[in-house]
Design a protein around this ligand. Structure first.
Ligand code: CAA
Length: 440
């Protein structure tokens, strides 16, 4: 059977850049190390006043189609994943298709379009939908365009303000892909949770601390469910494990959870238990808290072992390189993490063809999904064409006053005649008044 997976990928970052340690922390009365070391973030991307989820998604998709020589005739499906949608009826994919039709001067009338919503996991769910559509043989030789686009802004003064970001990831899903092939096995962990909600409101209502615990609980379930279908894992099975990355500090916790799973029932778990003198699954205690304390002591000791730290440095750390500079992109975040790892491997001149990735997606509300991907032999050319550094370097650094202003503009707190632009758009889709998109 022909493999199906990601053939090409492009990223569009919001054009403004906020330095969290230098610019944001002092205004919040925080130590810059809370951001750089605690949350693991240096800067975050923001959309300029002429950017939104449509323009960012359309720009990423246009660049992807142009670079890979695709036209609308090659695309049979456009799925947009977002948790920043502004229209409860018309899907964002129709707005993006409208933009692309202007530059390709031909239509997407033949393409199935939709919008996926389940917080940050919707990007991976759209990828799954595209995969299933192709595997079902309904694609008539065409590819699917999956676009994950979000403005992850929180209310001013909310703890989440530290973990904002904005950008879009466009992925081409095809048969015989150049980048990664998806495996059919998946594991899920899902529950009705209310730690992060956006019921018809501009900014989310978040119980931040609880959201971290919910992420870890659902991820633990998804890892167990994945192993129940795909069999036991081993620490050497995966070149990288890209996790959903709301901020790198979250992945520090998720990485340790992941390691506990991949060493489970392997010789590695026993060797490490002997080394640290603690058991991963302690015998029953008198009360739950004592049991939890014993598990936590094991985990703390495991974290300090050289074997774990070397594994983390090699398998997890490279997935965070881009996220540290762009912040949370919600639906795009795990796809940025995958791209970050592959870019790192290319820079290190590593050979990855045939290696596997364990992709760990998550969305509040809440659901985690685990699946694996196999790196294909076109990965080097594809990642070499990926010019994210150039786009990150071209961002405009904003002062705190500019940050406050752009936040108000996106919250529609500023009258349209007073809206200003901080950068100059060129050759890109821009938001130019309600419903009017076009190249300037
Ligand atoms: N030096 C080093 N580290 C420091 C430090 C310093 N000076 N000051 C603080 N830190 C550390 C803290 O110890 C903490 O680390 P640990 O969690 O490992 O203990 C870290 O920096 C953050 O500090 P706080 O917990 O005090 O930060 P906070 O109270 O401001 O809140 C947050 C952090 C809860 C993540 C908040 O930013 C938030 O609500 N974010 C939005 C919600 C979110 O991203 N949740 C993630 C899971 S849900 C999800 O993944 C979906 C999604 O995309 C939203």
């Amino acid at each position: 059977m022909v493999g199906v997976g990601i053939d090409a990928i492009e990223i569009h970052t919001g054009k403004l850049c906020l330095d969290l340690g230098e610019t944001f922390a002092p205004e919040m009365g925080d130590d810059p190390d809370k951001y750089r070391k605690g949350l693991g973030l240096y800067t975050s991307s923001f959309p300029d006043s002429y950017e939104d989820i449509v323009t960012m998604g359309a720009n990423a998709a246009h660049r992807l189609m142009k670079r890979t020589g695709r036209t609308p005739a090659d695309i049979g499906r456009i799925d947009v994943a977002t948790e920043s949608a502004f229209d409860n009826s018309k899907p964002v994919s129709t707005y993006i298709a409208g933009c692309l039709e202007q530059v390709f001067e031909t239509t997407f009338h033949h393409a199935n379009k939709g919008e996926r919503k389940f917080a940050c996991i919707a990007g991976t769910q759209s990828l799954d939908d595209a995969y299933n559509w192709i595997r079902a043989g309904r694609h008539r030789g065409r590819s699917a365009l999956v676009i994950a686009t979000d403005t992850a802004l929180y209310a001013r003064g909310d703890a989440g303000e530290a973990t904002q970001g904005a950008g879009a990831v466009a992925m081409l899903i095809s048969e015989d892909p150049s980048l990664v092939e998806l495996s059919p096995e998946q594991g899920y962990g899902s529950a009705d949770e209310t730690d992060f909600l956006k019921p018809n409101q501009q900014f989310p209502s978040v119980d931040g601390k609880r959201s971290v615990q919910v992420y870890l609980s659902r991820m633990r379930e998804a890892l167990q469910d994945y192993e129940s279908v795909a069999g036991d894992t081993h620490p050497d099975d995966f070149a990288f494990i890209p996790f959903h990355t709301p901020f790198p500090g979250m992945v520090r916790k998720a990485g340790l959870l992941g390691y506990r799973h991949v060493i489970r029932d392997t010789g590695v778990e026993e060797e490490l238990a002997a080394e640290i003198g603690r058991q991963p699954r302690p015998e029953a205690f008198d009360d739950d808290q004592t049991y939890l304390d014993a598990v936590s002591e094991y985990t703390d000791a495991l974290k300090e072992t050289t074997r774990y730290q070397e594994w983390y440095e090699q398998v997890i750390e490279p997935t965070l390189n881009i996220s540290r500079y762009v912040g949370n992109w919600y639906t795009g975040s795990v796809h940025v993490a995958r791209a970050s790892a592959l870019k790192h491997a290319l820079e290190q001149d590593r050979e990855l063809t045939g290696d596997r990735l364990l992709v760990a997606s998550y969305g509040s509300g809440a659901q985690a999904e685990i699946h694996t991907e196999t790196v294909q032999d076109g990965w080097k050319e594809e990642i070499a064409a990926f010019d994210i550094d150039e786009h990150l370097d071209a961002r405009h650094d904003i002062t705190f006053e500019e940050y406050e202003r752009i936040h108000d503009i996106h919250n529609h707190d500023i009258k349209s005649e007073d809206v200003e632009e901080f950068t100059t758009p060129s050759d890109e889709f821009v938001f130019d008044g309600w419903g009017r998109m076009g190249e300037r």
